[in-house]
Design a protein around this ligand. Structure first.
Ligand code: LMR
Length: 401
């Protein structure tokens, strides 16, 4: 037979956790696995800016006809401006081509397929650690991967020297995958000076910077979060940016992403896009309209855009507050580990330092779900589960004693 001729695939390390969480009958269960924002009532809200755009769309939408393979043109224009910021957009948008993709994952996949097309022998260098799916996507695209040092788990910050020393040795034909902000899974980001070092190395070494930019606005602010990206883009002739509006516009299930191809000229960018379209056509044919239409309305309307920026700020500040509460709660309950580093991390995730046995204990004994490696989705905490989670983590630390 066909289906039972091979063994079942293992569940996805992140999305599989949500499936297990949903099946768990324990009422006090807490999902700190997948990177999804929840408010204090445990809801993942539809943003008000999106809801208003949805009303406008309902009144005005005339068709559900296919989109072009590269997606909705207005969406592409707005995303280019959002990703690059007004100043760099004015200076270089002419040599940036944008293709709408199904989510940020779709953008990473098409970007890697594109790399395989242009440079079949390229290796993709990835931060150690990185989002688990990066490795799977590179493998699916047929690309080899290697790691560069990133997170120093003893000092609980980025190992900038180790990272730069490796990036200096990366051959010109390879690509380096870099998280722009809110590093997934560690929450540890590069400081502006470190970005300048990375930019100088990229310019000199000539490898292709391949950015994953899925958390714009969740770190320090919209302008601040793109500084590292801009520092590199100002110094290199070519780059790839995989962008997502899943988190910061709360459009998770609408699959709203984009692939930006930064080239030396408008003509080269269009050649790149022609291949991205060919690759998209055989994977999903053309991207979904609804979420991109909403995003284009939100970003293109000054009033809605201002409202959205406020909503992003509210989400960002909520997560920061949760970080503070988590650190205070853990500090009050134990003294074995100094968790203060959690407050200096950015975005949804925190690499807690919990080991596999502690993560398993929390899931099995306490119904608290988190990804392997001890990644906590801080944005999944609430005031009604904070004490319980802190208590349980403090208890799990005793497993080491
Ligand atoms: C995560 O890392 O939890 C998110 O990016 C969701 C996903 O697709 O893995």
């Amino acid at each position: 037979m066909f289906y039972n001729s091979i063994e079942a695939a293992p569940p996805d390390p992140i999305l599989g956790l949500t499936e297990a969480f949903r099946r768990d009958p324990r009422e006090h269960k807490v999902n700190l696995g997948v990177g999804v924002f929840v408010d204090d009532a445990g809801r993942t809200p539809v943003l008000e800016s999106v809801r208003r755009a949805e009303r406008m769309l309902w009144e005005t939408e005339k068709t559900k006809d296919y989109l072009p393979i590269a997606g909705l043109p207005t969406y592409g224009r707005e995303v280019a401006r959002l990703v690059l910021g007004d100043e760099l957009h004015a200076a270089m948008a002419g040599r940036v081509a944008v293709g709408q993709t199904p989510g940020g994952t779709g953008a990473v996949r098409i970007g890697m397929d594109l790399l395989k097309t242009y440079r079949p022998d390229a290796t993709v260098w990835m931060s150690s650690p990185t989002w688990g799916n990066h490795h799977g996507i590179a493998a699916a695209a047929g690309l080899a991967t290697r790691d560069y040092p990133y997170y120093d788990s003893v000092r609980t910050r980025v190992d900038v020297d180790g990272m730069c020393a490796t990036l200096e040795q990366v051959p010109a034909g390879d690509a380096v995958l870099i998280h722009v902000c809110c590093h997934n899974p560690t929450g540890a980001d590069l400081e502006p000076e470190a970005w300048e070092r990375v930019a100088a190395i990229a310019a000199k070494a000539g490898w292709l910077p391949f950015f994953d930019f899925a958390y714009l606005g969740f770190g320090e602010g919209l302008a601040e979060d793109r500084t590292g990206l801009l520092a590199v883009l100002k110094r290199v002739p070519e780059a790839v940016v995989a962008f997502s509006l899943s988190k910061n516009m709360g459009l998770y299930s609408e699959r709203v992403g984009a692939l930006l191809l930064v080239a030396e000229s408008a003509e080269s960018a269009e050649v790149g896009l022609s291949h991205a379209k060919r690759l998209g056509r055989v994977l999903y044919s053309n991207p979904p309209r609804h979420g991109a239409a909403l995003a284009a309305l939100v970003l293109g309307d000054p009033e809605l855009c201002a409202l959205w920026e406020e909503e992003v700020k509210t989400m960002r500040e909520r997560i920061r507050g949760l970080r503070r509460q988590l650190v205070a709660g853990l500090t009050a309950r134990q003294s074995a580990v100094d968790f203060c580093f959690i407050e200096s991390q950015h975005g949804m995730f925190s690499f807690s330092g919990l080991n596999d046995a502690q993560v398993a204990f929390l899931r099995e004994e306490k119904a608290i779900y988190m990804a392997k490696g001890g990644r906590i989705n801080v944005a999944g905490l609430r005031s009604d589960n904070m004490d319980y989670v802190c208590e349980a983590i403090a208890e799990s630390l005793k497993l080491d004693e």
